[in-house]
Design a protein around this ligand. Structure first.
Ligand code: ADP
Ligand code: MG
Length: 375
C-alpha cells in the first residue's frame, strides 16, 4: 500500500489535511476574480494548497483553466519567459483554441525545443536580439491569455524571485501587463516574507495594495491529529493518542516536518505504533540528516553556532537582548546578539515570526532545531 503521508508534492484530496477555510477563501477569490497573495514560512503548505485549489476548481468549475508557474529556479527575465511559456503549454492542450494560438506564437519565436527526459514536456530555448524583443515576448504571452474568452487562474510560486533579477523594472512591467488581463486571476505565492511583504505592501512599489492576502499558518491541532489517526487506521495501522500528541509537539505542527515524521513511522512498517516507536523514528530522522547539519557547522562561526544552539534550547526567543537570555547562554552584549540574529536570519537559519506581540525567533528547520537542542 502507498504511504498515506505525502512528502513531495500534492497527490489528491485524501492525502491532504484540512485547509478548508483557506480553500474556501481562495475559491471565493477565484470566482470573484480577486488576485491574491499567499505568504507563509517555507514548507508550511502553500504549493500544496495551490494544487488542492486547482483540484477543487477542476471538479466544481471545470470551465476555469489553471496555470501553475514556479519561478524558484529563474535568474532573469529570459528564464521567466521560458518558464511562463512552458507552464502555459502544459496548461492549454494544443487541441484547444487557446493552446493552438499559444503554440503558433511560441513557434514564431523560433525557439530551440527539447523535451524533458522525465516528464516529456517541451522546453524552449529562445534567443533574443535585444531587451525590447524580450519585453515584447512577455507582453504577447500575457496578451494571448487576456484575448481569450475563458477564465484563467494563474499561480506564480516563489514570486519574490523576481527581486533577484538583474532587470530593474520587473515589477512595473508585470503589473502593467497583468492589469490588462481582466479574465485572469493571479495568485502570488512566496516564502521570503520580507520580500513578499515589500512587493505587496510598500506604497512606492507597483503591486502595492493590488491583492487580497491569504495567510497559511499551522494546521489546527485537532484537525491534524484526526488526520493522522485516520491515515494510519485506514491503512490498517493503530497509533496511540500519546504517540500522536508527541508527533505534533515534536514537529511543532509544521506541515512538512509533521508529514515527514509520519511518513517515516509508516515506512518502518509497525502495525501498532506507540510512543517508543515514534521516538525511534525521530532518532532515525535526525541521524539521517546529521551530515547536512555538520556541513552547516563548517559554514558558521563559533558564535553563530552557539547562538543557534541557544535558540534551539529555548525553542523560541522573543527578547533577544534580554539580560536573562544573554547571561544564560554567555552571548555577550545586546548589540552582539542583534548582529548574530541578523546574520542568521540572512542565512535563513533563523526564522523571524512577526506578530502584534513582537518578533519571535526560532531555528527555521524544525528537525535541525531538535538536533541542536540535544547538543
Ligand atoms: N494540508 C496538507 N496536508 C498534508 N500534507 C501537506 C499539506 N500541505 C502541505 N503538505 C506537504 O507538506 C510539504 C510542504 O508543503 P509545501 O506546499 O511544499 O510548502 P510551501 O510551498 O509552503 O513551502 C509537502 O511535502 C506537502 O506535500
Ligand atoms: Mg512551495
Amino acid at each position: 500500500m502507498v504511504n498515506p503521508f505525502v512528502i513531495k508534492s500534492y497527490e489528491s484530496k485524501e492525502f491532504f489535511c484540512d485547509r478548508e477555510e483557506e480553500l474556501q477563501l481562495m475559491l471565493k477569490n477565484c470566482i470573484n476574480k480577486t488576485d491574491m497573495t499567499l505568504i507563509s514560512r517555507r514548507r508550511m503548505g502553500k504549493t500544496g494548497l495551490i494544487f488542492r485549489l486547482f483540484d477543487e476548481l477542476k471538479s466544481t468549475h471545470p470551465e476555469i483553466f489553471t496555470v501553475y508557474l514556479d519561478i524558484f529556479i529563474s535568474r532573469n527575465l529570459d528564464d521567466f519567459i521560458k518558464l511562463f511559456a512552458e507552464a502555459a503549454v502544459k496548461a492549454f492542450p494544443t487541441k484547444t483554441k487557446i493552446g493552438e494560438r499559444l503554440m503558433n506564437f511560441i513557434k514564431s519565436l523560433r525557439p530551440q525545443v527539447t523535451y524533458d527526459s522525465i516528464t516529456g514536456e517541451p522546453q524552449f530555448q529562445i534567443v533574443y536580439h535585444n531587451d525590447a524583443e524580450k519585453e515584447y515576448t512577455l507582453r504577447s504571452l500575457f496578451e494571448l491569455l487576456s484575448s481569450q474568452n475563458v477564465h484563467i487562474v494563474f499561480a506564480i510560486d516563489e514570486f519574490q524571485q523576481i527581486r533577484e533579477y538583474p532587470e530593474q523594472n520587473m515589477e512595473a512591467l508585470l503589473r502593467t501587463y497583468m492589469q490588462r488581463c481582466n479574465n485572469v486571476t493571479f495568485i502570488f505565492s512566496g516564502s521570503r516574507k520580507h520580500l513578499m511583504t515589500d512587493i505587496f505592501t510598500n506604497a512606492r512599489k507597483p503591486f502595492y495594495s493590488s491583492t487580497s492576502f491569504v495567510s497559511i499558518d499551522k494546521i489546527p491541532e485537532q484537525s491534524y491529529s484526526d488526520f493522522i489517526f485516520k491515515q494510519f487506521s485506514s491503512h490498517k495501522r493503530k497509533i496511540t493518542e500519546d504517540a500522536v500528541n508527541f508527533i505534533l509537539e515534536w514537529t511543532q505542527r509544521h506541515t512538512y516536518y509533521t508529514q515527514f515524521l509520519c511518513h517515516t513511522i509508516y515506512a518502518n512498517g509497525q502495525k501498532n505504533i506507540d510512543l517508543p516507536e515514534v521516538k525511534k523514528a525521530c532518532g532515525q530522522v535526525l541521524s539521517q540528516r546529521e551530515p547536512v547539519y555538520l556541513q552547516y557547522r563548517k559554514m558558521l562561526t563559533d558564535k553563530q553556532w552557539d547562538y543557534l544552539i541557544a535558540v534551539a534550547k529555548e525553542g523560541s526567543v522573543r527578547q533577544v537582548t534580554s539580560a536573562d537570555f544573554l547571561k544564560r547562554y554567555k552571548i555577550g552584549g545586546a548589540s552582539v546578539s542583534k548582529r548574530l540574529v541578523e546574520s542568521l536570519c540572512e542565512k535563513e537559519l533563523l526564522n523571524a515570526e512577526v506578530s502584534l506581540d513582537g518578533i519571535e525567533y526560532s531555528v527555521d528547520d524544525v528537525f535541525f532545531s531538535r538536533w541542536l537542542e540535544n547538543l
